[in-house]
Design a binder for this molecule. Sequence first.
Ligand code: C2E
Ligand code: MG
Ligand code: MG
Ligand code: MG
Length: 265
Amino acid sequence: MLAKLSDLIRALEDDEIVPYFQPIVDLRSGALRGYEVLARWMHPHDGLILPMNFIGVAEDNGLIGELTNQVLRKAFKETRELGLTPRLAVNISPRQMRYTSLPLQIRNSAEEQGFPLDKLTIEITESALIGNIEQATQIANALKDLGCRLSLDDFGTGYSSLAHLQALPFDQLKIDRSFVASIATRRESRKIVAAILGLGHSLDLVNLAEGVEEDAQAEILLRLGCELAQGWRYGKPMPSQAMPHAEAAEPHSVALGSLHGHSGS
Ligand code: C2E
Ligand code: MG
Ligand code: MG
Ligand code: MG
């Protein structure tokens, strides 16, 4: 159910929008490579509300900048308090790629919370670039100058244009969940994913497959040469308190073993 604007304004004031963290892993070794930060609304009466019910409302009413800021700052703060500095990938709304102040905002939030900008990946969707390529390129370059990585989210859906891949300094390509969902059952999906991976590799991008739920999907993606994966098979989005507590970067792979046991739940 779509959120009411007044309720969302109150939620932002009352700190009800919080970050969840979903593991991103190396397909080959299963080692943890970071987390995607996903917004959740912990509503006092309605419980946990998913982004599809409030991100659009925030975008349409000029609140998305504030929402993103809050989610980012809390993600930095919560991981720091746990003694963790994982790579974090955050979602930026297409609308935000129109504001040249975005890179400065992100830098301020990171510096304020002591999060290193070179551990930050910015996920943007292709729709952010439609009719806006010059502005978006300028913002993208400024984000790269800060040391952030850039990831093209939901690749292959909607507006897919190869011109975007050429114009912007992307580091990573996220293959949309819709292709992964049928990769084990449809030959066409497998061929499309193989073609996307070929494209990604030839442009020196790191490929990440979204929405990996089953072993069969992971096996095919691995065989096709995909590097990274994210999905229920490896772990669902979780609050920071549930993140594996292992200290350094590498031992996480051990802790992740326990996450496998929860897949499909
Ligand atoms: P996205 O960036 O493509 O995020 C991936 C979505 O796929 C997430 O949905 C995640 O929970 C879901 N997912 C991950 N693995 C699996 C799986 O194995 N199976 C299935 N069925 N789903 C999986 P979520 O959290 O509901 O977010 C939906 C969208 O909302 C995101 O899509 C992103 O575009 C947007 N969003 C989320 N948080 C933020 C935010 O802080 N700011 C902005 N601007 N957008 C956000
Ligand atoms: Mg994303
Ligand atoms: Mg995505
Ligand atoms: Mg998606």
